[in-house]
Design a binder for this molecule. Structure first.
Ligand SMILES: [Mg+2]
Length: 394
């Protein structure tokens, strides 16, 4: 079996006004995605999300990565990962046993590699007729505990919003804080956390996410202010590249600190480990290097005894890839389930995207990723560069 074609399928789905939500990142008016599609000479097709800017993903996938992949056996996933990551120094890297990354192997290139990597795993599973978790050593669980990720409600709304998540079955809920409560980041966020805790009672895990907006001083103030509300983690209290600042926050509070959705490759997580900056690691399968790199990052987290709780915020293909990882990895602790409505999560595959009444998500058991794309996806979610990244400015 050989790779015959590699392309990026770009999708856009406007979100109806009544289902849009607002955070410090703006009001999200449309969802967009770049899905890598790898086709073989035997007619099999693999899919994987690449979570960079869609047009940039198309450029990298079709002009830089495709020439490295055409004619190759798609089941040689580790080999092809190394080839994409080291480029012309593949031979040197394999000879010395040390990855000599191409100079651009960060950011957008890693997003593109992630999409290809997941598509190769999907193809390998489909070729062998088994789910990806079987290729990774078999399943340690058939379903995974999930948390509701949303909590954009204002003061006076957040309690009811969290109760809505609990009614769906969730026993853990995440809310946005910090920049969301501008210009009253500390007291405003603390008041919303108090409202959320009083609404759901003591038995529901509450997580906070500041999208890197609070900064060290305000983050420490907010963390200390919410310690009494038993917060499970405080995510990205400071901007993602400030590992020392993050470590300062971690040392100043008993609230566990989380980060990782903006970090790429195991090397960034090595630095995070050495800085002892976060209790909870949240790499994203569609950004950090695909399933291949996620397994390496998970092993690092396990060795350092940090909690592994990947970031899952994108299309149904990221959702499905993350579930395969949750099935295979013993230290995958909890599954992120985005609550704001996105057509590319709920309507892109024929498999139901849902939480069970006890707060768990079932792992799809079909070959590869275990999901099937809807037949008219490219027409139904036709890419529109003018709405693809449409967010209101603050
Ligand atoms: Mg986050």
């Amino acid at each position: 079996m050989k790779i015959r074609d590699v392309r990026a399928m770009l999708l856009t789905a406007p979100i109806p006004a009544e289902r849009q939500y607002t955070s410090d990142l703006g009001t999200i008016q449309a969802a967009s995605a770049a899905i890598v599609v790898v086709e073989t000479d035997e007619g099999l097709v693999g899919y994987g999300e690449a979570k960079g800017t869609p047009q940039v993903m198309r450029g990298i996938v079709e002009h830089e990565l495709k020439p490295l992949l055409l004619g190759e056996d798609p089941t040689r996933v580790e080999y092809l990962w190394e080839k994409m990551y080291t480029g012309s120094r593949l031979g040197l890297s394999l000879y010395y046993g040390r990855s000599m990354a191409v100079s651009t192997a960060t950011g957008e290139l890693m997003c593109a590699i992630s999409g290809v990597d997941v598509a190769l795993w999907d193809l390998t599973g489909k070729a062998l007729g088994v789910p990806i978790f079987k290729l990774m050593g078999g399943d340690v669980r058939t379903r995974v505990r999930a948390y509701a990720s949303g909590g954009h409600g204002r003061l006076g709304e957040i309690g009811d919003q969290f109760l809505g998540y609990v009614e769906q079955g969730f026993h853990a809920c995440k809310m946005r804080v910090g920049g969301k409560d501008h210009p009253n980041m500390v007291a405003g966020s603390a008041a919303r956390v108090k409202e959320a805790r009083e609404a759901v009672g003591p038995d529901v895990e509450i997580m906070l996410d500041a999208h890197g907006s609070t900064g060290v001083t305000a983050a420490i103030k907010l963390a200390r202010a919410v310690e009494e509300h038993d917060v499970a983690w405080y995510e990205e209290p400071v901007i993602h590249h400030d590992l020392q600042g993050l470590a300062e926050v971690r040392r100043a509070t008993t609230v566990p600190v989380a980060t990782g959705e903006n970090l790429y490759t195991r090397f960034a997580f090595r630095d995070l480990a050495l800085a002892r900056a976060a209790d909870v690691w949240q790499p994203d399968t569609a950004m950090a290097g695909g399933l291949t790199e996620m397994r390496r990052i998970a092993a690092l987290a396990s060795a350092f005894e940090f909690r592994f709780a990947p970031h899952v915020w994108g299309s149904a293909f990221l959702w499905a890839a993350s579930l395969q990882l949750a099935a295979a990895l013993p230290n995958y602790s909890i599954f992120e389930f985005g609550q704001p409505y996105s057509p590319l999560l709920y309507e892109l595959v024929t498999t139901p995207v849902k939480v069970e009444p006890d707060g768990y998500v079932e792992i799809p058991q079909g070959p590869g990723l275990g999901v099937e794309i809807v037949p008219d996806a490219e027409r139904r979610f036709a890419f529109d560069p003018h709405t693809a990244e449409r967010k209101s400015l603050l």
